[in-house]
Write a protein that binds this ligand. Sequence first.
Ligand code: ADP
Ligand code: MG
Length: 465
Amino acid sequence: LWNKCLSIIRDDISEQSFTTWFSPIVPLKFQNNTLTIQVPSQFFYEWLEENFVSSLRKAIDHTIGRQGMLEYSIIVDKGDRKNPPLSFNLPTTNQQNSSKDFTNNPVAKSPFQFKNLDSLELDSYLIPKYTFDKFIEGDCNRLGRAAGMAVANKPGLTSFNPLMIYGGVGLGKTHLIQAIGNEIKQQFPEKFVLYVSTEKFTNQFVNAIRNNSIEAFTNFYLQVDVLIIDDVQFLSGKEKTQETFFNIFNHLHQSGKQIILSSDRAPRDLAGMEDRLLSRFKWGLTADLQQPDFETRIAIIQKKLQDDGIQIDFEVLEYLAHSIQTNVRELEGVIISLMAQASLTRKEIDLELAKSTLKSIVNEQEKELSVENILEAVTHHFSVELSTLQGKCRKKENVFPRQVAMYMLKELTNLPLKSIGYHFGGRDHSTVIHAVQSISEAMETDKSVEKTVKKLFNRFNLNAN
Ligand code: ADP
Ligand code: MG
């Protein structure tokens, strides 16, 4: 009976699909119009249902008839045990069994990951400086770091598979997952560790489609022992790439290969991602990296300076750790500028230098909403002097910037009209009202005025309405 089904299915699908997906199936029994087939895994079952359901239905119709049913017996893999989605099959019965590797033998190695084509050496794309040793431990990263160590000591053998590290920008995701890779390479030189950004993975996939080499692409990834994928949030909305990644993920996972992922947000907050992929992400361990606390920031700064053989006073250290709280990348940026400043000016890194360096960096980054900054933005934009804004000149080219500045102060601050007038050489509030009205009207009638004002607002990350 199953052989009859197979011959019907064979006519429907490609030889490759047939071999991959139907030859591993074992018919178990036929009873009460129900044919039971054994499939190697949950993933395999889902794949069949998703891709070949109509061919299966057709085969059952032709052999058993419309009342015929198909039942899957799944060899339990290490995956989740959630009930399969309802389709025309009956509920599946699970049979305990060890997981079974059904991947094809890796075919010819694909060239796109080679360091250089002559040596044919497989490149891991690991950056040597990202080690555990340099990854300072703190409350903010303790779980992720410990889990990373565990995975590095026993890749593929812990229940942390996949290991998913998530956290905001500059909190050390890339560093940590690279450190895991480096540690594994160190301990198990024979393992093929591969680090790839999601962006690169996507580009390779798109190229593979273009060059008709999806098989080579997939086969390449199936050879990997430890797959490290950075920033998986970029898979959002890329359905085809997700599908292929899902496929690779399952094959690797099933063969006991280690998968390590990073994301800028928790799996539950990843939008535009297929549920089945999200559920895979949660199979192993999910650990987040948080903003480092004060002590950890101190330790990180100390370590960075120490690595460069630089000593600084605790006072300066404390000042830096207090001033930069958001993320480690920023902290590093400041230390680097500070060291550059110190070597340029041949000065010691003292509190004064730290303060001035920090000030220049912060000013560059974001404009704080203050009268001073707003007036500065306007004078800069129109190339006029502050004294012109505040002066009495009635020439049009001076009046316009002056009115824009008043308009911005009115819109962006809570200052009373009288105080705004005060900033323009003590003008009274009716002058300010007039300016605000003129600019509002001009914005409605003149696109270029609207554009100018919007551009100025944007410097403060705000929108003009
Ligand atoms: P993400 O990938 O989360 O955006 P990165 O891993 O690129 O962040 O980290 C930004 C910088 O901060 C890197 O240079 C990294 O070495 C450093 N860094 C982050 N966390 C730590 C830490 N705990 N100890 C030492 N350096 C860190
Ligand atoms: Mg990163």
